[in-house]
Design a protein around this ligand. Structure first.
Ligand SMILES: Nc1ncnc2c1ncn2[C@@H]1O[C@H](COP(=O)(O)OP(=O)(O)OP(=O)(O)O)[C@@H](O)[C@H]1O
Length: 253
């Protein structure tokens, strides 16, 4: 089956060709099929957010190929943009609008007909337990509820593919479960989902595949139900670091 989300040998160095430029992506390759949830897990600075920024079209990589629903994300045709959702960095939320208004606007901006936008907004607000704050302005929300609203706005139009950067970082345990259930539901309906996280336990519960990201690339894949996931992750990181050492210094490392 064709990938709905794809990065193929993507490289990016902030600072361009300056001598002090440091690579953020060094051959990042991944693919997410329709109906699949893939999680990227990695240490701080591994390149997860940079990879997601490439997929949202906000960052043009130095080289390599990125595709969202078959298109270059930096020039996503309107039809594909309507079928894509994302929260990477600041969510697409207007602080002056209420929760319901934001959801309705997000739905209509993504092509949901005016007549159906209210129902779509109510459904996702209920799903993420935002109903008690339906009439609150977004700027008045707690950090966790603001994060729920960001996720809700990204998926209110039932996108065919979506990417979420650390979508549960501010959530309470119930919020974590609600986002997990929402992601699984959308994948069961055929969406391709790519999420990033620092929390192995959490992604193991939501993802079909977990990709270990280190040094700007995928250094291995973990199956969520395998034993000792954390140790396997660190083994992959260590192996990648060891392989990157100059040949003569490997033995003593
Ligand atoms: N705008 C930027 N300018 C310069 N360097 C950047 C910029 N954004 C990211 N980087 C660098 O790129 C590398 C990858 O960063 P990135 O934010 O993608 O990592 P991450 O895996 O998302 O990390 P974290 O888990 O801490 O969020 C890091 O070395 C980071 O310092």
């Amino acid at each position: 089956m064709d990938s709905a989300l794809l990065l193929d040998d993507v490289h990016h160095a902030f600072g361009g060709h300056r001598p002090d430029a440091r690579p953020a992506l060094s051959g990042m390759s991944l693919a997410v099929a329709p109906g699949e949830v893939v999680a990227m897990i990695g240490l701080n600075g591994a390149g997860k957010t940079t990879a997601l920024r490439v997929l949202t079209g906000r960052l043009r990589p130095t080289s390599g190929t990125a595709r969202v629903l078959g298109h270059d994300p930096a020039r996503l045709p309107a039809g594909a943009a309507l079928r894509f959702g994302h929260v990477v960095g600041a969510a697409l939320v207007d602080p002056a609008l209420t929760v319901t208004e934001n959801l309705r606007v997000a739905a209509e901006l993504h092509g949901v007909a005016h007549a159906g936008a209210g129902a779509a907004a109510s459904a996702v607000a209920e799903r993420l337990d935002l109903v008690p704050w339906a009439h609150a302005r977004a700027r008045a929300l707690s950090l966790g509820n603001a994060q729920r609203l960001g996720v809700a706005c990204a998926v209110v139009h039932s996108p065919a593919a979506f990417v979420l950067d650390e979508p549960t970082s501010a959530l309470d345990p119930r919020g974590v479960v609600l986002v997990r259930e929402l992601v699984r539901e959308r994948a069961a309906a055929g969406a391709a989902v790519l999420v990033s996280s620092h929390h192995l336990d959490e992604v193991a519960r939501v993802a079909d595949r977990v990709l270990a990201v280190h040094g700007g690339r995928v250094v291995g894949s973990l199956t969520p139900d395998e034993a000792e996931l954390e140790r396997r992750f660190f083994d992959l990181v260590l192996a990648a670091d060891t392989a990157a050492l100059p040949a003569g210094s490997r033995r003593s490392a």
